[in-house]
Design a protein around this ligand. Structure first.
Ligand code: HEM
Length: 179
């Protein structure tokens, strides 16, 4: 996973629970990187999972809740870093459709080793969009949080139903998004 994702995670913890918790996490997980992340360098996924696992113990919150909250936070972080993508799409559904075909495509061009999910969008009607998520990292809750972050950015009233799930043995995750 790119260092940028770790930097966002570090920033979220410092903002929401304080630098002392971040330091406690580093002390207890003792990651190989020493907790020093640079944006474009890759760090092991296991390191992020270990940090989230330890935070779950310290904060006494389920890992699933933390991953989704992190996705929600990560949207604003990425959107501030690369505002061009949301500026180019005038509405929520157009933005969601552009993740795979524009945003992650650009990320892949920049870094040929980027580890990105497959995100297929199918707009069923004016107000219903089906998003399918597939990735060996099974970070569907991160994706869900990111989608919720995007909905907040576009100020839409919406519902999101996580229908099928890789964690339940389905072949992909399906989000039914209704506005
Ligand atoms: C609703 C919007 C978005 C969704 C649902 C989404 C989904 C995801 C997910 C789930 C991952 C984790 C990797 C995996 O699951 O296999 C990921 C990674 C990533 N995404 Fe997105 N993303 C969104 C917006 C963006 C934006 C705006 C950017 C800005 C350029 C971006 C850039 C990246 C980067 C750099 C990574 C890490 C790649 C790596 O570690 O190699 N994404 N994205």
């Amino acid at each position: 996973m790119k260092g940028a994702v770790f930097i966002a995670f570090n920033q979220m913890i410092e903002e929401q629970v304080g630098v002392a918790v971040w330091e406690q996490l580093l002390d207890e997980v003792n990651p190989e990187s020493g907790g020093v992340y640079t944006s474009v360098e890759d760090f092991p996924d296991e390191e992020l999972f270990a940090l989230v696992g330890k935070l779950s113990e310290i904060a006494n919150q389920p890992i699933e809740t933390l991953v989704e909250s992190f996705g929600f936070y990560l949207f604003d972080f990425l959107n501030q870093k690369y505002p061009i993508f949301s500026e180019s799409e005038s509405d929520f559904f157009s933005f969601l459709k552009s993740i795979d075909s524009v945003i992650h495509k650009e990320v892949r061009k920049l870094y040929n080793n980027a580890n990105l999910p497959e995100l297929d969008c199918e707009q069923k009607s004016e107000n219903i969009l089906i998003m399918r998520y597939q990735s060996p990292r099974k970070l569907c809750l991160l994706a869900e949080g990111l989608v919720r972050g995007a909905a907040k950015h576009y100020q839409v009233e919406y519902s999101l139903d996580h229908k099928t799930c890789l964690h339940k043995g389905d072949s992909c995750c399906t989000f039914n998004v209704q506005i």
